[in-house]
Design a protein around this ligand. Sequence first.
Ligand code: ARG
Length: 562
Amino acid sequence: MDTISQLIRTVLADQFGLDQSVELSRPDSQFGDYSTNVALQLAKPLQKNPREIAEVVASKLRENPIFSAITIAGPGFINLRLHAAYIADELNHAWSQTYGENTDGAGKTVIVEYPSPNMAKPYSVGHLRPGNQGWAVKRLMEATGWHVITDNHLGDYGAPFGIWVVGFLEFSSEAALEKDGVYELGRVYIQTKKALKEEKERGESVLADEVQAWLLKLEQGDHQAKAYSERFNALSLAHIHAVMARLHISTDYELGEAFFAPRGKAAVQTLLTSGIATQNADGSIIVPLDEYGFDVPLLVQKSNGAALYATTDLATILYREETWHPDRVIYAVGSEQQFYFSQLFAMAKKLGIQTELYHLWFGFIDQLNEDGTREKMSSRRGVVLMEELLDQADAKAREIVGGRDISDDDIKKVALGAIKFSDFAADRRTNILFDWNSIFALTGFSGPYIQYAAVRVNKILHDNEVAQTDISAYAYETEKSLLLKLTDYPDVVRLAARELEPHKVATYLYELARELNRYYETTRVSDAEPIEKAARLQVLEKVRHIFGHGLSLLGIEIPSQM
Ligand code: ARG
């Protein structure tokens, strides 16, 4: 609450003649509504006992009728309790259709990159977190005033293509491809990788050479290679788009590795000329990063002249700089690539690029084994397919709403809400546990729990008209903790955006839903007296806004019924 900290700041200026910014926190409700340790901070500069400072501040503040109680605790914490009507008033002043948003990022451009799946394989849960977290971060950036550009950095270049073609010729058929599309490609990809591994163990390289030959053909523009590439890519891309549509995520651009490969090779030559990169005896090209604390250099071109992942990323960085002049670029990519990105960003520094490059990484998705132990999610085939996961979630959601007349659309919203919310269950760097029962738990920290609370508010507001009754005399004591919670929302969004941590929004929404459920237990709304009813419905309208806003930051929709 800015007004309160401002008030205390003024008291400090009057009493002690210094300008000190005041941080307020929200203590356990038994102590007060807000609390500050400013007296402790000032003890040193003022050469005074902190309790003494706190006493002076408290007695001054007590003159102000907005406070119902001010107490001093411990060595000098000031605990403040406000009249509920004052909180309601403040909230009304702060209220607008964009309540919760701010302009912290005004005038700045951020590129957010997600989900960036690889074309060679069907979309797996490996790209679930990049998609969810990337989308939520994009939404947080938008809500805090940034100009946001989103890009799906497709993995559509390099060895996978060669493996595809060799595998298709070796282990598949037109008929199989016709029938299973991208899943056949995925199967072939896995089988071929296995065959390559076995061949290597035997000390042979027949398949591996073929893979390289196809890659070279593609680079040289061979028409057969191009035809394969275009065909496989079209199949795979249609699949990726279908999955993204189901996940309710999209991007402005889709500039993949293939787009950047030729540009990357040109850029590598420039780096060679300028001396930033050096060529090894075997012809490969590296960028030494010793001065950035890496004893391993970044390999930017293979000895046979082929482009690498880093080659395409070098070009991507340069292209984005020229095209969008971003202030920040956020890469939503799994934790496995942490070392790679730290090297990549060091190279960017070496090139003189000042843009803030940020690797938004996450922990793994774990699953529960039958014996109760946890391990990284996998199926017997080695990957859990995104479409299968979504189908299972739909079925599970259908089970929950069991038998009732709920539209397919609503069921899908619940299913997706459950999956996405579990992604935000903890700090994004923590491994999350994907457990079918708890992600749908209607009583716990789950998407459906919050969606249900939102549906309930919407229903009350739908069934009851908000009357134009004069509610100025209403005291709001019953609504107090709910109001305090609503007041917290803008700070939550600000902090979540600052730390790129959508989890903070999820936690807040969970607490709001819980607060609301407690409120219902003790308070009548529909059949309350006119003044109470009008005031309560107005509070619920604010709750509705925040549920809608907060869930949309997480990419979760509210069903019309549940
Ligand atoms: N396609 C890559 C993968 O799935 C992620 C791409 C990340 N973005 C990047 N600019 N390298 O591992």
